[in-house]
Design a protein around this ligand. Structure first.
Ligand SMILES: Nc1nc2c([nH]c(=O)n2[C@@H]2O[C@H](COP(=O)(O)OP(=O)(O)OP(=O)(O)O)[C@@H](O)[C@H]2O)c(=O)[nH]1
Length: 135
């Protein structure tokens, strides 16, 4: 059986101390309690870049310039109901202060500590790439 492809754009936001921002999936959602990269679904007619900039503004109150998104890797993972295709963009520059506008828990995590934060299965293969890039 083949599932529909779900396109989600995600960010590795990295601060000046080389820490990556993770957000925690809230109670009541699928995979509640797991830590993930901020981002969300790409809407019809949207590019992944535009979707990510929109989501980061809606979820975290930050403005990211178009040139500040650097694609680094992607997740491709079959879940029960869909196949997730998720480009991951490295972002080191943004305007505004990161704020949890949706009440989500946030954590700034060094690449070497990502393994201590339970993540969705799609995200686990992305960790070595981030470790290579950032540690
Ligand atoms: N943003 C984000 N989503 C991820 C990651 N890993 C991963 O498997 N996903 C999955 O990608 C899908 C898209 O998530 P989303 O944030 O737009 O949507 P959601 O499930 O919160 O539901 P919503 O429709 O209520 O916003 C979810 O099924 C989510 O579990 C990740 O690192 N970041």
């Amino acid at each position: 059986m083949s599932q529909p492809i779900l396109l989600v754009a995600a960010a590795a936001l990295v601060d000046t101390d080389n820490r990556i921002l993770l957000t925690r999936r809230p109670p009541g959602k699928d995979m509640a309690g797991l830590w993930e990269f901020p981002g969300g679904k790409v809407e019809p007619g949207e590019t992944p870049e535009a979707a990510l900039r929109r989501e980061l503004f809606e979820e975290l109150s930050i403005d990211v310039c178009a040139e500040c998104l650097h694609p680094i890797t992607f997740a491709s993972h079959t879940y029960e109901k869909f196949h997730l295709l998720m480009p991951l963009f490295l972002i080191r520059q943004w305007d505004g202060m990161v704020a949890a506008l949706e009440g989500q828990e946030l954590a700034w995590v060094r690449a070497t500590r990502l393994k201590d934060y339970p993540m969705p299965p799609a995200d686990v293969p992305l960790i070595p790439a981030l470790r290579d890039l950032l540690s």
